[in-house]
Design a protein around this ligand. Structure first.
Ligand SMILES: [Zn+2]
Length: 438
């Protein structure tokens, strides 16, 4: 059977969306150049997929297998990408322009860009948890969404400034214990805590309250992600046992904090895109075909019309320019110390686009000195570890892959313009994943 016929057959077979709790039939992917971010090796291998997971990896097809096959000779196979810092609310742009999106639409935008897993780190609690629960047994046509639900913060703290978006307030250690315990009943994938002394006029929870949030979450077995503003915030969150830190403080990294971070085993989600990428995204608005597919004409116009940027947009641009060198250097130093770096974009903020910006984040991580292998791990295997998930290309890993025409190690653009996407054993062509325009 020709490759084209086989692909058509496979596409017919996966046509439409898998219904909940349905698992894909067995699938043999043959002769792919398998790119393994864990071992940093590229090897020609055959992968047997059953029930959405890799069951066997071998040099040759297994004898006696008679199920579906897909020849990937000449193609590279990598894990799908992941973005562990998003807000599935829509795409904000200059002058508060918003392409509003539901969590389901965000998930579709992400998958179209090769992002198979996202972690929402603050959203409407009921809405995002309901979507996560509805999606979890099946795939519902988008990236698999993990979520925090609310961001735990103090009265008047960061996270309380968004009209129409309520969150859980914690002002004392007792409230922290009560709120984390109540939230745990809804099974969040992580607990998100805001501990941020960067802006003196914006209050933040006390250190004792932050410690109680993290201790309670830990006792309940839930990973924690702490939004920070200063290096002192980072140090205190690490001492309290944070699983991950997100955002890059703007001051140069103190050596003692670098040491503490490296010793702690905690993950770092810099989210460089939200801190650095507005100007470059504005340029892409005019040129990139993927950006055009994911945005409304109004949003693109808002980015392009630089003369009409309002005060807060102009402030954002100046803020980003001023911090660029130090922020990249801080990430480089932590990476060199062996701190596990995880890709996240903070998509949902101005200067980012769901899905597309993950590729910008990978480029920024390269600028910060990470190797091509480290960048791939940051958006697949390493990210999976943070959430206790098996994302990769080895036996037992979730069978979610991108099939590429070129090596992602030498041509990262191949990751965005993938040939096929396999999600838990279901095969999709990129064009079939294109979402409707906002
Ligand atoms: Zn965020």
């Amino acid at each position: 059977m020709s490759y084209r016929k086989l692909v058509l057959l496979l596409l017919a077979w996966v046509c439409g969306l898998p219904s909940p709790a349905q698992t894909a039939p067995p699938l043999l992917l043959t002769h792919a150049l398998v790119v393994n971010p864990r071992t940093q090796q590229v090897q020609r291998r055959c992968l047997l997929v059953r029930e959405g997971r890799v069951q066997r990896v071998a040099r040759r097809p297994p004898a006696g297998y008679h199920g579906q096959r897909l020849s990937l000779a000449g193609c590279y196979l990598v894990p799908t990408l992941s973005d562990l810092h998003v807000h599935a609310l829509g795409n904000y742009g200059p002058n508060d322009y918003l392409d509003g999106l539901t969590p389901a639409q965000v998930a579709r935008h992400q998958l179209y860009c090769g992002v198979g897993h996202v972690l929402d780190l603050f959203n409407d609690e009921a809405r995002i948890l309901a979507w996560r629960d509805q999606q979890r047994p099946g795939l519902a046509g988008g990236a698999v969404v993990y979520c925090a639900g609310p961001a735990l913060t103090c009265t008047g703290g960061h996270g309380t400034e968004y009209p129409g978006l309520a969150t859980r307030l914690v002002n004392t250690p007792a409230e922290a214990r009560a709120q984390v315990t109540a939230l745990a009943a809804r099974r969040p994938d992580v607990v998100k805590v805001v501990y941020d002394h960067a802006v003196p006029t914006v209050p933040t929870m006390s250190r004792a309250t932050m410690v109680a949030c993290l201790a309670t979450a830990r006792s309940l077995g839930i990973p924690t992600v702490v939004h920070v503003g200063t290096w002192a915030d980072v140090a205190e969150a690490l001492q309290a046992g944070a699983t991950a830190i997100t955002h890059v403080p703007l001051a140069p990294l103190p050596p003692a904090v670098a040491e503490l971070f490296a010793q702690s085993g905690a993950y770092f989600i810099p989210a460089l895109t939200a801190q650095l990428d507005f100007a470059d995204l504005a340029t892409d608005m005019a040129q990139d075909s993927t950006v055009r597919a994911l945005t409304s004409p109004g949003l693109r116009q808002a980015y392009r019309d630089t003369a009409r940027y309002d005060r807060s947009t102009r402030w954002l641009l100046r803020w980003q320019r001023g911090q660029r060198a130090t922020v990249l250097r801080n990430v480089q130093l932590l990476s060199e110390r062996g701190v596990p770096i995880v890709a996240g974009t903070d998509a949902g903020n101005s200067g980012t686009l769901h899905g597309y910006s993950l590729h910008r984040e990978l480029a920024l991580l390269r600028l910060a000195g990470l190797s091509a292998w480290q960048v791939l791990a940051a958006s697949s295997t390493c990210a999976g570890q943070l959430l206790h998930q098996h994302w990769g290309v080895e036996v037992g890993d979730e069978a979610s892959f991108l099939v590429l025409r070129q090596s992602p190690l030498t041509n990262p653009a191949a990751l965005l313009h993938f040939r096929l996407l396999v999600q838990q054993g279901y095969v999709h062509e990129r064009a079939s994943l294109q979402p409707g325009r906002p």
